[in-house]
Design a protein around this ligand. Structure first.
Ligand code: PLP
Length: 393
């Protein structure tokens, strides 16, 4: 699966109209990612984890395709409600909920929650009596880039007691959920978790609790990131087989975040300053670690950088525009000589990037434009129609 990528010409043309830095999101690519998941993992419905990228056009598109949404806060519920998306299509999947979030859930009709501690039960029962709850269990996976299981998840042996206590408080014990960690390169982590959860479902039945829903969380990777190739179709199909084998009568859900948008967005940034430091070229860009590159810090990510100059390549340093020494993005990056005003392209910028950008030092947030609304998209479409026509002759 190829990532969305602007050509050099498209990038430069867009930068003539739109001041850098800006992000370009391809809705076609988001749709392709969504449909790919539906095709290869058809036994699980989708709750898109909007924390990865809450761009309204992306939310609207996914809603129109039939997606449901994983929300973490009152703010995310409000954003969806503003787009006309009903609370019945949301799961409040932050295991620890604040009062604002619980009040918003009551207002917008969000009735499905996850939790991993006894202290959540009274809170949920108070604000949304009778809510449907899934207990989140801890799973192990050392092949995930971002570990979520040190902070979240009840120990397996406590899961059913928690569901029983939820029932006693008038909640509806609906099921179990887990998250194998983000950017998981391991299919086995899902397969093993599914096996363990099957035992819990059986034990629950024996205790008189009929669980109907299973949520296998996010974690699906951006393929080919950092030189590590993942066969996503094979991964999803293996998980689907395990679901069909172990949970033929259960409603199964995923919560993909990173996977859905990671490959669908490019950043266009430009060189605003150059320096020579002991023979090493330094390039200062108009976007940095306090902006869309925040994922370098928060998300342990390296974003593919594309430079277009000609000539000999030298190990170079790229830094952001803030007055902070930590704002260095790439070191020893082989780049041709660049000049002030040159545009650069950064691909795979769709998840956990702009959403955690700040306005530190007063720099403006990079806006997101939709590729399909730009003249470069129309030009690309007509060029590919011409190619098709030529091939048909
Ligand atoms: N669901 C929950 C509860 C999460 O906390 C996260 C990420 O933090 C996700 C889904 C999305 O995970 P990913 O981006 O790995 O798909």
């Amino acid at each position: 699966m190829k990532s969305f990528r602007l050509t050099e010409k498209e990038m430069n043309k867009m930068a003539e109209r739109i001041p850098t830095p800006f992000l370009v999101a391809s809705l076609d690519k988001v749709e392709e990612n969504y449909q790919f998941m539906r095709k290869h993992l058809p036994s699980a419905g989708v709750y898109y984890a909007m924390k990865a990228n809450p761009t309204p056009a992306i939310l609207k598109l996914l809603a129109s395709l039939g997606s449901h949404f994983d929300v973490a806060s009152a703010g995310e519920m409000e954003a969806l409600a503003e787009l006309g998306i009903d609370g019945s299509r949301m799961i409040y999947a932050n295991p620890v909920k604040d009062v604002r979030g619980l009040q918003a859930a009551a207002v917008y009709g969000v009735r499905r929650f996850t939790f991993d501690d006894v202290t959540e039960i009274g809170k949920m029962a108070k604000y949304v009596p009778g809510a449907d709850v899934l207990v989140r269990i801890q799973v192990r996976n050392n092949k995930a880039l971002v570990d979520l299981n040190t902070k979240f998840g009840a120990p397996m042996e406590e899961a059913l007691d928690l569901l029983e206590q939820a029932e006693k408080a008038g909640l509806h014990a609906m099921g179990i959920c887990f998250h194998v960690g983000s950017q998981s390169l391991s299919t086995a982590a899902y397969e093993e978790a599914l096996l363990l959860v099957r035992n819990l479902f059986d034990e629950a039945e024996a205790r008189g609790m009929h669980l109907t829903d299973l949520d296998i969380g996010g974690g699906f990777p951006v393929p080919d990131a950092d030189g590590l190739t993942v066969d996503l179709a094979a991964m999803m199909e293996a998980i689907n087989r395990q679901i069909d084998r172990l949970f033929p009568d259960t409603a199964v859900w995923t919560e993909p975040g990173r996977y859905m948008c990671g490959t669908a967005v490019n950043l266009v940034t430009s060189v605003i300053g150059t320096k020579d430091r002991g023979g090493t070229p330094w390039y200062i860009l108009d976007e940095g670690i306090y902006g869309c590159f925040s994922g370098i810090m928060y998300d342990h990510w390296t974003y593919p950088l594309h430079c277009f100059g000609k000539g000999e390549k030298k190990p170079s340093v790229f830094a952001g525009p803030s007055c902070d020494g930590i704002d260095v993005l790439y070191r020893d990056f082989m780049a041709p000589q660049l000049h002030v005003g040159d545009n650069l392209l950064v691909t795979e910028m769709g998840s956990y990037t702009s959403v955690s950008a700040t306005r530190f030092n007063g720099f403006y947030l990079a806006p997101t434009v939709i590729f399909e609304e730009q003249p470069e998209y129309a030009a690309r479409q007509s060029a590919s129609r011409d190619d098709d026509a030529e091939a048909a002759v």
